[in-house]
Design a protein around this ligand. Structure first.
Ligand SMILES: Cc1ncc(COP(=O)(O)O)c(C=O)c1O
Length: 401
């Protein structure tokens, strides 16, 4: 067996299941409210349902790994419009992916030369795929803390030069999971300079890019930052996007990778062997969905309404703030986050995710300690009811504790 498999950590939700096995929410008599998983629950857009049923003929053919021309063109046009980019070449700069998760993982296998070892720099807290991808590719993850004093942006300037020297790949997650912070141009400039100097690749995970709270201020993307800094061929950069959050289609498994043509070419070669061609049904549906913004705007408004309803309930009892983007609240708890999560389910039948399950200790600090991630994915009534129960739980904790 591949010995590197032994390096993998249990996935956060597996740990959560173990933690919560001894809780007894049924005894509360309350209906369970699950705010633990970042799985969108708003309706899938009608146009997606229509497009998938209209493309059933696609069942009869093997799809090309490169995806359909129509889908790549739709993605290229979307990128140009969304980020104010000049021409994006659908033939060389875009590749469909089966959601961003598999693409983030697979991309690390392409970029990392395991005879060199070295580092994969990633944010902390993080999306656990970054860690597993690095370990299975034969590199080591280097965690860069994201804390309240820097608006939960990773403190890239804290990374020692000797780490950058041996870095092969880095993951940027903006808007971030779990704090929803958006990285600005100066940080991008800093990272591009480092990537040039030390010859590493930047993988920009942007799956929350369309869930932003200020309608007039969409988050900057990696390709946009590169273009603004004159990096017109997106040297050393690819970005990853997805329909899962943007369009409430986590079950469609559809996303894309876009950026530097040389990197995309190598990625396509890898994917040809890996066997990750997108079903023609998914491709046709995705094409229709990338071309529509009406449902995306409505989706954003629905999340905005939830933040507006929930924050006044939670802010008096928890240290919590409205994020720049995403559908998460990254709230500080006064006590151990795992115990908080367990007792909250036990006493109020509300499920959240302990912060320390999505982070590691780095530089003597675990930035997820005493924090919880609350995913506002449930219907607004449930989010509000969940927030009320969390507030009651915290107040009760203070009285008894
Ligand atoms: C930060 C981050 N990146 C990527 C993904 C993967 O999403 P998908 O594979 O559905 O595009 C997720 C999913 O929750 C995520 O939170």
């Amino acid at each position: 067996m591949n010995k590197r498999l032994n390096l993998l950590q249990p996935y956060p939700f597996e740990k959560l299941r173990g933690l919560l096995a001894s809780a007894n929410p049924q005894a509360t008599g309350l209906p369970l409210i699950d705010l633990s998983i970042g799985e969108p629950k708003h309706d899938a857009p009608l146009l997606a349902k229509q497009a998938i049923t209209e493309s059933l003929a696609g069942l009869s053919g093997y799809p090309p790994t490169k995806g359909s021309d129509g889908l790549r063109q739709a993605i290229a046009k979307w990128l140009e419009k969304r980020y104010g980019l000049p021409f994006i070449d659908p033939q060389t700069q875009v590749l469909p992916a089966l959601g961003s998760r598999e693409a983030l993982f697979a991309f690390a296998q392409v970029v990392i030369d395991d005879s060199r070892g070295g580092w994969v720099v990633c944010p902390n807290p993080f999306y656990q795929i970054y860690e597993g991808a690095a370990l299975l590719a034969g590199a080591r993850p280097y965690y860069v803390n994201s804390q309240a004093d820097k608006n939960f942006l990773s403190d890239w300037r804290s990374v020692p030069a000797e780490i950058w020297q041996e870095t092969q790949l880095m993951f940027v997650c903006s808007p971030g999971n779990p704090a929803g912070s958006v990285m600005g141009l100066e940080d991008w400039r800093y990272l591009f300079e480092l990537a040039d100097r030390h010859d590493f690749v930047i993988a920009s995970d942007e799956c929350y890019s369309e869930i932003y709270l200020d309608e007039d201020n969409p988050p900057m993307g990696g390709l946009q930052a590169a273009h603004a800094l004159g990096r017109t061929s997106f040297d050393k950069l690819v970005s990853f996007s997805s329909l899962s959050k943007r369009s409430n289609l986590p079950g469609l498994r559809s996303g894309f990778v876009a950026g530097n043509a040389d990197l995309i070419k190598q990625f396509l070669l890898y994917r040809t062997y890996h066997g990750s061609a997108m079903s023609p049904l998914v491709a046709a549906t995705s094409m229709a969905v990338w071309q529509d913004e009406v449902h995306v705007k409505a989706n954003r408004q629905a999340y905005r309404d939830k933040f507006e309803a929930v924050l006044p309930i939670l802010a008096p009892v928890l240290d919590v703030k409205r994020p720049d983007a995403s559908f998460y609240l990254w709230a500080a708890t006064a006590s151990d986050d795992a115990k908080f999560t367990h007792d909250l389910l036990d006493q109020q039948a509300v499920k959240v995710l302990p912060g320390s399950y999505v982070s590691r200790e780095a530089s003597g600090i675990n930035p997820g300690t005493n924090r919880i991630r609350i995913a506002l994915v449930a219907p607004i009534e449930q989010c509000v009811e969940g927030a009320k129960r969390i507030a009651a739980f915290v107040r009760n904790q203070r009285l008894t504790g």
